[in-house]
Design a protein around this ligand. Structure first.
Ligand SMILES: [Zn+2]
Length: 484
């Protein structure tokens, strides 16, 4: 009998061995069980009796192996219950049960409740050679995301017994994973009036995987534009979709089936460190991981706590987070594109034509200083946005997501499979001269220079070129130093 323990995104199959010997009734659970696993014996006993079966007398020893892996949560109820029934001879003639992964929480009346993290557990177990799965009915849609799986969705202990003894049929194959899913987005850049410059910046950011900061007065459309960014990101592979879906399943956010589109996460600026990075007990993935393979949008960037903003450094650099705990570190993937948005100053109107800023220069400095340092070092592009006068915009000039996305995909192919890690390379001839002049004039750091080179290469790729021209470079320079 196998259960599953999760250490973050990574899972371990847990072998459940049960021995029953005659003697004084006594229950022992060995192998690092936490309180929930120990309490589960009461539920298991009630559930077995509710099915009209006998709970064995005698001394029951339950061993969860390997012992050095922390077992948490209630998903061991069902495999332990079935293990007890097999050991006591109530269920007979079971074959191949050492390759059967079983998960589910039992209620006192014998019904089986859904558990968190089914997808990651099954995905891991399949990679380790498991072939058959017995899972709560409420989780079976999530499980069917996996290709070629033999899964039983059970609503009660009785149904689980029938599944284990081969007296019921596995779930039919799901039609969900026939080939790659075309992502569905409800929002389109075609809905946006004006903001051509900002949309162009989004196209560049989407192509190069560049982190972007939108600066502008309240109401100029920073959030509205950002919500549309996933609609121009390249189609994702089934593996990427599966990884992202696994993380959502760990948080209990699975709606059954693969995620239909790249995630867009927009945590409020009051989010805690654990909410952003992950943590808690039991440990859960945070916003950075829920945004994996998608977009993390931080509105009012200057209002986030400094420690939360600084904690973004690790995922931005490594593409994953490691949460340290007493029981050992937990890893979650966290490769996302960061879009920040903020006002130019506390009152919101600094640098806006036709408006006047009422802030003291020191207030402005302090406000901008909140997002300086390590985080700004990882933001490749900045754009200053101003409100749009809708009467002055032509309707036919709108850009639709599908057209932008096509350009993004083409340029990404030119940049190589992994644009984020593409080496920046040197710029040649006139372009290099221009860059050196700009560096001198603007007093740019080496790091800033590398970023400008990267963005230039992305812009060149959108133009079908592998080398940046002075024109490409000057666009890249525009995405620097936009404060007024
Ligand atoms: Zn102001």
């Amino acid at each position: 009998m196998l259960g599953s323990a999760a250490t973050g995104f990574d899972t371990v199959s847990v072998e459940i061995e049960i021995s029953i010997i005659r003697g004084i009734p006594r229950h022992t659970v060995v192998g690092l069980p936490n309180a929930a696993v120990r309490e589960s014996l009461d539920r298991i006993r009630a559930a077995i009796l509710a099915e009209g079966l006998d709970f064995p007398r005698g001394a029951i020893t339950i061993n969860l192996a390997p012992a050095d892996v922390r077992k948490e949560g209630t998903s061991f109820d069902l495999p332990i219950a079935l293990g007890i029934l097999v050991a006591s001879g109530t269920i007979l003639g079971i074959e191949n049960f050492e390759k059967t992964l079983i998960m589910g929480e039992l209620a006192l009346d014998g019904s089986v409740r859904p558990v968190r993290g089914i997808l990651a557990a099954l995905n891991g177990a399949m990679n380790r050679g498991c072939t058959t799965f017995i899972v709560p009915e409420g989780n079976v849609a999530e499980a069917m995301v996996l290709d070629g799986i033999r899964a039983f969705g059970v609503a009660s202990l009785g149904e689980a017994i029938r599944a284990l003894s081969g007296r019921s049929e596995p779930q039919k194959e799901s039609p969900l994973l026939n080939g790659r899913q075309e992502a569905q987005y409800t929002m389109d850049f075609g809905d946006v009036v004006g903001q051509k410059g900002a949309i162009r910046a989004m196209e560049v950011a989407a192509t190069g995987g560049h982190n972007l900061l939108l600066i502008g007065p309240p109401g100029c459309g920073k959030t509205m534009l950002s919500r549309r960014l996933p609609s121009i990101l390249p189609d994702w592979t089934s593996q990427e979709a599966l990884d992202a879906t696994c993380i959502h399943s760990l948080r209990g956010l699975g709606q059954g089936g693969l995620l239909g589109s790249r995630p867009f996460r927009a945590p409020h600026h009051s989010v805690s460190m654990a909410g952003m990075i992950g943590g808690g007990n039991p440990v859960l993935p945070g916003e950075v991981s829920l945004a994996h393979e998608g977009v993390l949008f931080l509105d009012e960037l200057a209002e986030f706590s400094r420690s939360v903003l600084e904690s973004l450094r690790e995922p931005l650099e490594e593409g994953s987070v490691i949460i340290s705990r007493a029981q050992g570190p937990v890893r979650y993937p966290a490769r996302f594109q960061l879009i920040g948005a903020m006002n130019p100053c506390p009152c919101g109107f600094s640098g806006v034509v036709g408006a006047s800023c009422t802030c003291h220069p020191r207030q402005r400095m302090q406000y901008r200083g909140k997002v300086s340092g390590p985080l700004m070092d990882r933001i490749d592009m900045q754009v200053f946005m101003v409100p749009v006068d809708p009467t002055r915009e032509r309707k036919d000039a709108r850009m639709h997501s599908v057209d932008i996305k096509e350009r993004v995909q083409k340029a990404r192919e030119l940049l190589g499979a992994s644009p984020i890690s593409t080496s920046t390379g040197a710029l040649q001839g006139d372009t290099a001269v221009l860059l050196n002049r700009a560096v001198g004039r603007l007093g740019l750091s080496m790091r800033a220079m590398e970023r400008i080179k990267k963005v230039s290469k992305t812009i060149a790729a959108l133009d079908g070129a592998t080398l940046a021209s002075p024109l490409h470079l000057s666009e890249a320079l525009r995405y620097r130093r936009v404060w007024h």
